[in-house]
Design a protein around this ligand. Structure first.
Ligand SMILES: C[S@@+](CC[C@H](N)C(=O)[O-])C[C@H]1O[C@@H](n2cnc3c(N)ncnc32)[C@H](O)[C@@H]1O
Length: 274
């Protein structure tokens, strides 16, 4: 399948799935590869035939939607963000308000677990001692069952860990035959299969990471609807983290940039009743 042909198909198909071509431009090769496999398994000669197949076939559209997931992630992705979480945001959340048993965090679009496990490691290795008696409860969701199975298995190639600071890597993993397995004591993450367009975990949350998912791969209407529901699930004073190359929908209200950080926003407390 030629790249031009595949790009033309995706420009047409992605908006039908409420997905955003501009988010896929750089990573389209992965989707094109999966499309070529799909055509082969359906016995179809080309993408024109696949378009005809899609006409009126809701099940095939759902299949195509699942082919469009981009699983790319790594531990400690965007070091500035995790530095701010450790240095500013998590300590503020732990010290804020009435005494509490736990900080509630949600990793939305968690891929194979790299993001929620990074959070678990930072808390356990670097912060827990300063906040005895407070736990970090992490829920992590993704729509892709295979990625979640990998997350639960907790085994990674060395390349996934290359940005993780040495102390977190040494404490967090044991290596066996080139595979890095996260140690049991950092595995207290609850993984759930959920599609952000349809379902959310219960909440409320003090911290939500929604990075490189909704704001990159979906059309503005989906971005607005999902992000507004995420803000609803945040406690006042809670933090929302987005991806390094993302921006919030202009119509989204109730958040302010967290001072001294990038890509982190704080939910405003509700104003006094009029
Ligand atoms: C590019 S990865 C980002 C992973 C991680 N948040 C990070 O920044 O490293 C995007 C993840 O979002 C998941 N995803 C995409 N659309 C989703 C949806 N509608 N609901 C839940 N997860 C979704 C994909 O399966 C994939 O694992």
């Amino acid at each position: 399948m030629q790249d031009r042909e595949c790009a033309g198909f995706l420009r047409w198909a992605l908006p039908c799935l409420e997905r955003n071509w501009s988010g896929y431009r750089k990573v389209r090769h992965l989707v094109c590869k999966r499309l070529a496999q799909r055509l082969k398994s359906l016995g179809l000669p080309d993408l024109d035939a696949y378009r005809r197949r899609l006409a009126g076939d809701g099940a095939e559209w759902r299949h195509l939607d699942a082919l469009c997931g981009i699983p790319v992630s790594r531990f400690y992705r965007d070091r500035g963000v995790f530095g701010s979480l450790e240095g500013t945001v998590l300590p503020a959340l732990a010290g804020a308000g009435a005494p509490r048993a736990a900080i509630d965090a949600w990793s939305a679009g968690c891929a194979s677990g790299e993001e929620p496990y990074t959070l678990a490691l930072i808390w356990a290795v670097r912060l827990q001692r300063r906040f005895p008696g407070i736990g970090l409860r992490i829920v992590a969701t993704d729509s892709d069952a295979e990625l979640l199975a990998r997350a639960r298995a907790g085994c990674y190639a060395r390349s996934s860990l290359k940005e993780l600071p040495g102390d977190l890597r040494a404490e967090g993993f044991e290596e066996l035959d080139g595979t890095w397995r996260i140690r049991d004591r950092f595995r207290g993450v609850e993984f759930l299969q959920q599609d952000l367009r349809e379902r959310f975990p219960e909440g409320p949350f003090d911290l939500v990471l929604c990075r490189n998912v909704v704001l990159t791969y979906y059309v503005p209407a989906v971005q607005e609807a999902v992000m507004a529901r995420i803000v609803d699930r945040l406690r006042p004073g809670g933090a929302l983290v987005i991806g390094a190359h993302e921006s919030l929908p202009p119509a989204l209200s109730g958040l302010a940039a967290w001072p001294g950080t990038r890509m982190i926003y704080r939910k405003r407390a509700p104003g006094p009743a009029a």
